[in-house]
Design a protein around this ligand. Sequence first.
Ligand code: SAM
Length: 249
Amino acid sequence: MTETKKITEMTDEEIKEEVRKAYTKVAQRTTSCCGPTSSCSQDTLAEKLGYEVTDLPDSVTESFAGCGNPVALASLHEGDVVLDLGSGAGLDAFMAAREVGPKGRVIGVDMTTEMTEKAKLNAEKMGVENVEFRQGDIEALPVDDESVDVIISNCVINLAPDKSKVFTESFRVLRPGGRMLISDIVLEASLPKEVRDEVASYTGCLGGAILKEEYLQLMRDAGFVNVRIVNESPFNIATSAKIEAHKPK
Ligand SMILES: C[S@@+](CC[C@H](N)C(=O)[O-])C[C@H]1O[C@@H](n2cnc3c(N)ncnc32)[C@H](O)[C@@H]1O
């Protein structure tokens, strides 16, 4: 029997390759709630999280893998430029696009080719013109300095091996006075070693999660102010949290 390598023994690039493999499968079929192992209806999951999905094509909801609804909290304004970190098949980007209207713009960034292609096809299918999907790594954003009003992200940053880079990059691309609204998995207590070692736990949005206080401190270290948990609920043995932070004016 071949032994699977442990996540805790992998380089950051090897971890990202595992994440890509997992979310390629999620892009190709409909088996993930957050991660490729669990099974539930993605429509039901999105509806449970407060999304209005009845007028959306299945190809938008079937690969949804979020753990919250960041747009619902974002109070977006017409004309805002919004960036979605780890945009997947595009559900949050499309929700944001409705709110910012034709004068606004939404950029989705995702590192998995199949997810990015699926999101682009979804935009075409829906005739949405104020959304653009770019393939890239949220640790090195393909986005100009100080060009974004609001950053959203849904269950993605836990998957990034270097969360500090994600927050410094987010700070760089936000305009002064800009905001970040995240749904993500955080921990109240450290995970057991066997969970941290397991590839499926990591790609399933649990194994890469860090302690809540550490997460908030990384955001403050990147320069964010008024960093706070808006609300939280249990997720497996961790916590699904909505987090808000601001870039000073
Ligand atoms: C759990 S899914 C969430 C997708 C989407 N936000 C949603 O709610 O459906 C995580 C997504 O983040 C992407 N991702 C993970 N790590 C990333 C990274 N370092 N840079 C860019 N995208 C990443 C994956 O390709 C995947 O599409």
